[in-house]
Design a protein around this ligand. Structure first.
Ligand code: NAP
Length: 238
């Protein structure tokens, strides 16, 4: 579970640990991660080990070895880490750009790539988190949206690669979820509770879904956004 120290990832770790699963949980912040693992080990029947990495700078092969050594194999890989900032608008400093791409795209696909052999040889499931920001490009969240767009493309490629196996790939195009990611922002629509989103994602595990909106009604918003003609779209400030 990558991105498990907060928000949706922490909620997912909770749902899975409560169901008695063994987990390796990962994020950058060791303090938050250790606290999450300690809490889940105390409260649930799950066995949870914290393995911190920073997706912007890590060794994917070493990480995979450590995770497989802890777990003894792989049933599911949840990649829910992600980073966005309101400074991602127009021209952004290059280090910020690299950080957003690393946390949402290059680091994520390096990590998935390290587990591809496990996904092929076991009946295992890949679950990744995209965003409605990838539906149509806009002037704000532009590097984040581009990274999530790239992640969708890569997950589709992995789905194709694994299509002759029992393994599944699902990318959730998430609408708003009440987490740190959008704390204090004025959101256009209501936000889901992380625990509700986590329960739906666990329920969907193993279904051959591909790319799906969560909540489902965001599909209509996505469709509407795509249909807005450019002369009108260019005037929208969101
Ligand atoms: N919340 C929303 O409305 C929303 C909407 C659309 C899509 N999403 C997507 O949903 C997923 C979950 O986000 P969230 O809302 O739960 O956000 P969040 O509360 O900010 O949690 C993000 C998690 O990712 C980890 N993370 C961030 N950068 C990382 C890095 N470089 N290396 C390793 N771990 C990293 C964070 O831990 P550390 O900071 O300790 O590393 C944290 O555990 C993300 O992919 C996000 O893009 C969220």
């Amino acid at each position: 579970m990558i991105g498990a120290s907060a928000g949706l990832g922490r909620a997912l770790a909770g749902v899975l640990a409560e169901a008695g699963h063994q987990l390796v949980i990962t994020s950058r912040d060791v303090t938050d991660l250790d606290a999450t693992a300690a809490d889940l080990n105390l409260r649930t029947d799950g066995r949870v080990t914290a393995v911190p990495i920073d997706l912007r700078d890590f060794d994917p092969v070493e990480y995979r070895s450590r995770a497989i050594a802890e777990l003894g194999g792989l049933d599911a890989l949840f990649v829910t880490a992600g980073y966005s900032t309101q400074d991602d608008r127009g021209q952004v400093p290059d280090d910020l750009l690299q950080g957003i791409v690393g946390s949402n795209f290059t680091g994520v696909i390096s990590l998935i790539n390290a587990f591809l052999g496990d996904l092929r040889s076991n009946r295992a499931h890949l679950v990744a988190t995209g965003s409605v920001a990838a539906v149509r490009a806009r002037g704000s969240n532009s590097v984040y949206g581009a990274s999530k767009h790239g992640l969708e493309f890569y997950c589709e490629a992995v789905r194709h690669h694994l299509s002759d196996t029992q393994s599944t790939v699902c990318l959730y195009r998430l609408g708003y979820v009440k987490t740190n990611l959008n704390f204090g922002q004025n959101l256009m629509f209501s936000a889901m509770e992380p625990a509700a989103a986590a329960r739906q994602m666990v329920k969907g595990l193993g279904r051959r879904q591909g790319i799906v909106f969560l909540p489902k009604w965001w599909r209509l918003v996505g469709l509407a956004l795509k249909l807005v003609p450019w002369p009108l779209y260019r005037r929208l400030d969101f």
